[in-house]
Unconditional design. Structure first.
Length: 298
């Protein structure tokens, strides 16, 4: 059992899960606001030996150096790789600190967002229909950039509606091949497809000037990641064409300065933050704590 567990910011657990945190620590402290810098984070952690955080703060070496008692960090958000994490996992591990994260808790809402926006665009609901005449997803050439869990779910949803699906990933996937999804090199994927869906880890940038030249004009670009999948300068140039970009969050778009662009469609809300997602998040956060401490929670 931990002596003190601190959530340095709101972590989106359901009430029963917040209550269950007391099974793992003698003292539990939940901070309501987002800390502004490393010093405030360190002050909130204090002498705690366990820390929880969401995706809205970064827990870096500068803060951790001031907190010698920490032995466990629970990320109440996605963890795909140390490089894309909002925790300095390399430094934490060098101190013997265990860092856990979760995956696959908000993908369903993201898939629904993509399908919703695509249907609205193609049919012309509250806007001019894409291409001048209402059409279906059937026959749409759809390219997925990054065929992980969420990318795979988007591909499956689009295939259900009759789209022709191709993808780019680090390597060809047998499961995708069995479903009829075609593996293409990135530049070929961008050139071939009318709608592109970037489903990449945070801070993964694959679209540079050359890629936007391959992408060309009259295209729809969806980004479902937590950060832009592109370099901003060629992206802005591409936006000036007859193109549309869809993002759910400002972070995925690249900043508030892009919100007023006529070819940007940004919901300004995380579409993965649903009631069901919070249930899945809470269950997985508690399981990580249980696995580390050996304490079972009913």
């Amino acid at each position: 059992m931990f002596q003190k567990l601190v959530a340095i910011e709101p972590v989106s657990l359901i009430p029963s899960a917040e209550k269950a945190l007391h099974s793992f620590a003698k003292e539990v402290v939940m901070y309501p606001g987002i800390p502004k810098d490393d010093n405030e984070i360190a002050k909130r952690i204090g002498d705690a030996d366990a820390v929880l955080l969401s995706y809205t703060s970064r827990l870096e070496k500068g803060a951790l150096e001031q907190c010698p008692n920490v032995k466990y960090i629970g990320m109440c958000c996605s963890l795909y790789s140390p490089e894309s994490a909002n925790v300095d996992i390399f430094y934490a591990n060098s101190r013997g600190i265990t860092v856990t994260g979760i995956r696959d808790y908000g993908d369903e809402g993201v898939v629904e967002y993509v399908v919703s926006e695509l249907v609205r665009c193609l049919h012309g609901f509250d806007q001019e229909p894409w291409g001048g005449m209402a059409r279906e997803i059937t026959g749409l050439k759809a390219g997925i950039v990054g065929l992980g869990k969420s990318g795979g779910m988007i591909a499956d949803a689009l295939r259900f509606f009759g789209a022709e699906v191709s993808y780019f990933a680090r390597s060809e996937k047998e499961e995708a091949k069995a479903k009829g999804y075609r593996f293409l090199p990135l530049d070929e994927l961008l050139d071939y497809n009318e709608a592109l869906f970037c489903c990449l880890n945070r801070n993964t940038v694959l679209l540079h000037e050359e890629q936007f030249k391959k992408l060309g004009d009259k295209k729809m670009l969806f980004n479902t990641g937590l950060s832009p999948a592109w370099d901003e300068a060629p992206f802005l140039e591409w936006l000036e064409g007859d193109n549309l970009c869809f993002c759910d969050t400002v972070g995925a778009l690249g900043g508030e300065h892009l919100l007023d662009h006529p070819n940007v469609r940004c919901m300004q809300v995380s579409t993965g933050r649903t009631r069901q997602a919070f249930d899945r998040l809470s269950e997985k956060v508690l399981k990580n704590l249980s696995d580390f401490t050996g304490i079972a929670v009913e």
